[in-house]
Design a protein around this ligand. Structure first.
Ligand code: ATP
Length: 237
């Protein structure tokens, strides 16, 4: 479904990606693990078109999207849950979800919207209880659920999750990862960027470890879980 080949990206003189290649098959969860500053967000932004790689290609469903701007890539069926986890504070949960309809906004009929909400609320019952609550008054975990739901309401083919566990209490992190497992069962293809390697590997099919803009290891999640170097570097063992 997605193939990034030899991506190089710079911010001025800072080289953030130094030849990254990853492949994602339909229905897979692919984890990209790495510490602060490794280049994970830059990789996501290169796929989306927010960052323009100076070398390499991004192919999505057979189409070269390397130089396509972000507003167009999202219309192709790629949704993102950014690291910043921004909600529209003064809007309600429902209004925030409507914003996720992107180019469909204003075109999706009321009944279709209600049907999509019913489906989402099966996975996110806490949001259903808070549908008319102002998003700014939700807890951090609830805001993360809202941002994930907002990314899902457009029925994306590919979901990019940028550090969904960041700043959340361990119990909420567990909840978020249970939700990620549910999404996989529904057949959504996911690229999951994470610093918490054991969590990412517990849900992923395969993973890439990125350090300083380069892939330093890759393999099936079960293989990498057994890997002593990963355990030392990312699991605190
Ligand atoms: P984190 O987990 O801390 O979010 P990351 O793995 O997502 O880190 P990136 O945000 O992709 O890493 O950053 C990769 C490198 O690019 C870092 O050295 C960072 O300082 C640099 N960088 C990122 N964004 C910019 C920018 N807008 N301008 C200049 N340098 C940047």
């Amino acid at each position: 479904m997605l193939k990034c080949s030899e991506l190089f990206a710079n911010y001025g003189s800072v080289a953030a990606l130094k030849g990254i290649s990853i492949e994602v098959q339909s229905g897979e969860i692919v984890a990209v693990i790495g510490s602060n500053g490794a280049g994970k967000t830059t990789l996501i932004n290169s796929i989306l078109g927010f960052v323009k790689p100076h070398k390499g290609t991004v192919i999505f469903e057979g189409q070269d999207i390397t130089n396509i701007p972000a507003h167009k890539t999202t219309n192709l069926g790629i949704s993102v849950v950014p690291e910043a986890r921004e909600v529209f504070y003064s809007l309600t949960v429902k209004e925030n979800l409507r914003m996720g309809l992107k180019k469909e906004i204003g075109k999706v009929k009321q009944q279709e919207l209600e049907d999509r909400l019913v489906h989402l609320f099966d996975t996110f019952p806490r949001l259903k209880e808070r549908i008319n609550q102002q998003a700014g008054t939700l807890s951090g975990g609830e805001q993360q659920m809202l941002v994930i739901s907002r990314a899902l309401i457009s029925n994306p083919k590919l979901l990019l999750l940028d550090e969904p566990s960041l700043g959340l209490a361990p119990i909420i992190v567990n909840e978020i990862f249970e939700i990620i497992k549910t999404l996989k069962k529904e057949g959504i293809t996911i690229v999951l960027v994470e610093q918490i390697a054991n969590k990412a590997l517990s849900v992923a099919d395969k993973a890439y470890v990125i350090e300083n803009g380069k892939i330093v290891m890759s393999g099936s999640a079960s293989e990498l879980k057994e890997n002593k170097d990963i355990a030392k570097a990312y699991l605190g063992v």
